[in-house]
Structure formats: C-alpha cells, structure tokens
Design a protein around this ligand. Structure first.
Ligand code: NAD
Length: 341
C-alpha cells in the first residue's frame, strides 16, 4: 500500500527506488550466483517498473533494467564479444498473455504461422563456437553484448561435443567459417540436491536453486571444480542462421541433433493456437516428473525469414515468448521483500 501511494504521488522516486533494488538483486543473482529473494519477488519488481514506465514514458531511460538483457561480465574471465547479441525473452504470465502474443504473430503475417514449442530450461545461457568443426570457445551470455570466456570449464561438460559430427559438418554453408551454437547448461535436480547436501555437511553456503548452481559451477576459476559438478546441456539456437542450410527452428533442432548435441526431446511444431495451449498444458502436468527444472515453455515462430520480419526489441526477440509457470518458491531463499525507499 505504501508503495502504491508513493507510486501515485511521486512516480519518479518510485521508479528510481525500483531500479536501484532491481540492480542490487541482479548483481547478487548474475555476478554472485546467490540471490536473496525469490524469482517471483524479483519478477514483481520488474513488472511494477515496466508498468510505471508504460504509464510515464517520460521516465523511460535506456539504462533502465527493463531496456536491457540482465547479466554480468566478471573480471575473473576474459571478455568475449558476441558476434551477434544474445537476447533474453519476453514473458507471458498466463494463457491470456500468451494469446496476446499469438495475436501479434497473426497480425504480422495476416494468419497463424507455424511455431515451435520448447521447454524453457532453467539453467544458464551458453554460446559454443566451432571452427573447422572443433570447439574453440564457450562464452556466457553476460550482458548480451559481451560474455565471459568459459571455454576451459565448458570443455569439462561431458555432453558437449569437442568436434562436430562429420554428417553435420558437411551441411555447413562454409565448413571453415566459425559457427556459434547456443543453448542452456543446467544441473539435474538430483545432482543439485546432492551438491547442496555436501555443501551443508561441509558448512559451506548452498545454492538457491539448480539454475544458480549451474551458473556458479560454470563460472569457476578452476575448471577441475566445474568438472566435478554434474552439468549437462540442451542446445536450441544458432547465432547466425546463414551459417547453416536450414530454413527454420524445427530444422535447426534436427541439425543440432545430427551434429552431436543434446537437444531436448519435448519439442513440437504447432500450427494452431489450440495446439500451443495443449503443449503448455501437457508440460505443466509433467513438470515435476522431469529430472531437471524448467520454468516455462518457449514458443518461437518457426521460419527464420518470418523471425527476421518480426525482429527484436532492445532486450528480446519479438518472434518468441516465454510462457512462464508460476514460480516455485525455493525453500533455501532467505526472504521475500517489498521495496524499501
Ligand atoms: P529468462 O531466464 O526468464 O529467459 C531468457 C533465457 O531463457 C534465455 O537467455 C535462455 O538462456 C533461456 N532459455 C531456456 N530454454 C530456452 C529455450 N528453449 N529457448 C530459448 N531460450 C531458452 O530471462 P533472464 O533475463 O535470463 O533472467 C530473468 C530471470 O532471472 C527471471 O526469472 C528472474 O526472476 C530471474 N532473476 C532473479 C533474481 C533474483 O534475485 N531472484 C535476479 C535477477 C533475475
């Protein structure tokens, strides 16, 4: 109530307080891999800020957390400038918001076009560059423009191919040019629990959730520590689709599988709104039975040409949406907050 009164009487002060609070928690989350508040609490702060900026466009600022990809580039790693930016995703918090996005797709093309539904893996973004078929670099998303060089660490992740399979290499447009493939590195739920149990037994701080555990394990100075952690990957993107002779997301997933990557099997090419809803509903039912955490479903316009036609905002593609599940409150989190001014 106090926050509401303040937002009405002095929106600029409220916006500033929200930005400061969000920056603080983003730092704890992305730089320290140790959040103090739940994702649900963080998302409410972002949502309130976004709503205030929408009502008061004069308060919009390019430095606002709403205008950029949340992330951090630590000093212990060499910076890597991404050949093409790494984006975040816009969220749909319920089926109504998902339908509003599907409506925008229909408006863009005058009809519903095929979309790919994928699981939203709750891990950490990774970009893997191959040259002449060999893994030469691995980078985190960082702030979207610049990431951290975690090559030595990613080399220890056993399901990451150090060389692309020959069948896939032959289908690259230019086999000698670098190709950057992207996906998620994650820690299975059981490994996360075992890691935290061991940390507690040794009097060390536990990770708040599997996503922070994956990000923290990846961002170790000593690759042998990363190697001792049970990390896996799911790949789902290419930085520049012109490197591959594929027309869209669905074909890309088949190519990635052929190249030797782990690709999540729960994917569907959907032609109708009803099929998208059915996919989301099925995933909600199965969520707790999966061996890894997911926090939603990502729906992507399939055709790369149609993706290009829809384009990007400053922080996310317009051609994709994350249908988010209600956050599961994490037992290890310390506190939920309301913003203090
Ligand atoms: P996000 O994680 O919600 O969505 C974008 C990311 O989803 C992409 O970068 C990609 O890595 C990932 N992803 C997983 N599966 C994918 C798939 N199949 N296709 C495409 N992308 C896929 O966005 P974000 O900007 O990385 O982080 C925001 C999240 O972090 C929110 O959930 C927020 O609550 C949380 N957060 C929490 C705190 C806190 O203090 N608790 C602080 C900052 C951020």
């Amino acid at each position: 109530e106090r926050a509401l009164a303040e937002a009405t009487s002095d929106p600029a002060a409220r916006v500033e307080a929200l930005r400061r609070e969000i920056e603080h928690h983003s730092y704890l989350y992305y730089a320290c891999d140790a959040p103090e508040i739940s994702d649900g609490a963080f998302d409410s702060l972002m949502r309130e800020l976004r709503e205030l900026e929408a009502v008061h466009p004069e308060l919009v600022d390019p430095a606002s957390p709403t205008q950029r990809v949340g992330g951090y580039v630590g000093e212990q790693f060499a910076p890597v400038r991404h050949a093409r930016r790494m984006y975040s995703l816009d969220n749909a918090m319920d089926l109504g918001e998902l339908d509003a996005w599907l409506e925008r797709v229909v408006e863009a093309f005058g009809r519903m076009v095929p979309v790919v539904c994928e699981l939203k893996i709750d891990g950490s973004s990774i970009a893997l560059t191959y040259e002449g078929g060999r893994l030469v670099r691995a980078a985190t998303r960082g702030d979207g423009t610049t990431g951290e060089d975690v090559t030595a660490n990613m080399r220890t992740v056993k399901d990451v191919p150090l060389r692309l399979r020959a069948e896939a290499l032959g289908t690259l447009v230019d086999a000698s040019a670098p190709v950057e493939l992207r996906g998620e590195v994650y820690m299975p739920k059981s490994s996360f629990e075992a890691l935290n149990a061991a940390a507690e037994a040794n009097g060390k701080q536990a990770f708040a959730n599997p996503r922070n555990a994956a990000a923290g394990s990846l961002r170790q100075k000593d690759p042998s520590i990363t190697s001792s952690r049970d990390l896996s990957t799911f790949l789902y993107a290419v930085a520049d689709e012109r490197a591959l002779a594929v027309e869209g997301q669905w074909e890309l997933l088949q190519w990635l599988r052929k190249a030797g990557f782990h690709v999540n099997p729960d994917v569907e090419l959907c032609e109708t709104r009803e099929a998208v809803h059915a996919f989301c509903e099925r995933v909600v039912q199965r969520r707790d039975h999966l061996p890894y955490e997911i926090d939603g479903v990502v729906v992507k316009v399939n055709s790369f040409a149609q993706q290009a036609a829809m384009g990007y905002t400053a922080r996310a593609p317009r051609w994709a949406i994350a249908f988010k599940f209600p956050p599961e409150e994490k037992t290890t989190l310390l506190r939920d907050i309301t913003v203090q001014v």
